[in-house]
Design a protein around this ligand. Structure first.
Ligand SMILES: [Zn+2]
Length: 366
């Protein structure tokens, strides 16, 4: 199994210069050969293969005007060509739009391979080809072989490394419980045991700040220095929100996967998405996709299962005690209701979560 492990890098000024040169060279190679591929297709209706571009790159590096390309990690330049080739393949398969030219204003990155143990951890530093030992923070310990590394610089100027590691097999288990969860609008979710998990409180604070910084950005003149500075402030807020979200999602999915053999959830959270607006909406949209992705793989890692229940199942309106369907509960404002048939009083969300669990177990048995 391969796993991505990310850490923040703290390069020296000198290392930053080399890293920036590598980002620039990789971007140059990518854009140069994208233009070449476009031209080749226009002029002779032939498409350049990866091998052909790799050959042309070797020639380009001998060219007097491009000798500077020899100053950076050669594997990184090759990986740029691979990225370009992959972008083309994705385009032809219909998975993506036509490859775009890379801009120096966005996040910068390059990938390099681990050849001859060129990438390795040495104490609190990671060795990167052509860069040397770079200090890092926040790398979780791992046992496995590093296959490749992606070094990146965020729009706000922070450096990161993402190691792709072939992990040693570890046996993980779960505590064997069964749970249903009802994903929410105001709360993140409520489970069938009656526990509610709320969204991180710090979201709204950073959201407000982000909206403010974005409004300021829209007032700055295009191409001005102030606009550049403001763009960085916006990027920092985006990163803060993304970090909080990532920590939060990892925490809740690890807990669910550790405790449960079966986790039942609704297939799609249409009702939650309809009632969210603007930024809150975009944050929760990203969150749900990531939540399901993490939950799926962490549960599978521990031998458990995620069971998806069809959305059209009326989980909120059905009495989890006797099965009576109460049309009055459709109104989202009703948080608590008493079943007119069996007399049981329900918390809206917990009742839904219990129904999702029961339905999920049915799906699993069929
Ligand atoms: Zn009932």
């Amino acid at each position: 199994m391969q796993k991505g492990i990310k850490a923040r890098l703290y390069p020296t000024i000198e290392q930053q210069e080399t890293l920036n040169k590598t980002f620039g060279s990789c971007r140059f190679v990518y854009n140069h050969f994208l233009a070449e591929r476009v031209r080749s297709y226009k002029e002779d209706e032939t498409s350049l293969s990866y091998n052909k571009t790799a050959h042309l790159l070797t020639e380009l590096k001998r060219d007097e005007d491009h000798l500077w390309l020899n100053e950076v990690d050669s594997m990184a330049l090759q990986e740029s060509l691979r990225n370009l080739d992959r972008a083309y393949q994705n385009f032809f398969k219909g998975n993506a739009g036509f490859p775009k030219f890379h801009s120096k204003h966005n996040r910068q990155s390059y990938r390099t391979r681990n050849q001859g143990n060129g990438i390795r951890i040495v104490g609190n530093a990671v060795r990167i080809p052509k860069i040397g030992l770079v200090k890092y923070k926040g790398l979780q310990p791992f046992e496995g072989t590093i296959l490749n590394a992606t070094v990146s610089k965020s729009a706000s100027g922070k450096y990161y490394i993402s190691l792709c590691v072939e992990m040693k097999e570890t046996v993980r288990t779960n505590a064997g419980c069964l749970i249903g969860i009802d994903v929410g609008i105001k709360e993140f979710y409520t489970d069938s045991n009656g526990n509610t998990v709320s969204n991180p409180k710090t979201y709204s604070k950073h959201e407000k700040k982000l909206i403010r910084e974005q409004r300021r950005l829209s007032r700055k003149q295009r191409g001005s220095n102030n606009r550049n500075k403001q763009r960085i402030r916006v990027a920092i807020q985006h990163e803060k929100i993304a970090n909080i979200r990532s920590d939060f999602l990892h925490k809740v999915t690890t807990k669910l996967a550790d405790e449960n053999q079966v986790v039942c959830v609704e297939e799609l959270n249409v009702k939650g998405m309809l009632h969210n607006h603007h930024l809150a909406k975009s944050i929760s949209d990203v969150s749900w996709g990531e939540f399901f992705r993490l939950l799926d793989y962490k549960t599978a890692e521990r031998g458990g299962r995620v069971v998806k229940v069809p959305t059209f199942y009326p989980s909120s309106q059905t009495c989890s005690n006797c099965g009576y369907k109460n049309p009055l509960v459709k109104d989202l404002a009703i948080r608590q209701w008493t079943c007119p048939v069996c007399g049981k009083t329900h918390d809206r969300d917990r009742n839904a979560a219990i129904n999702i669990l029961n339905k999920g177990l049915e799906v699993l048995a069929s």
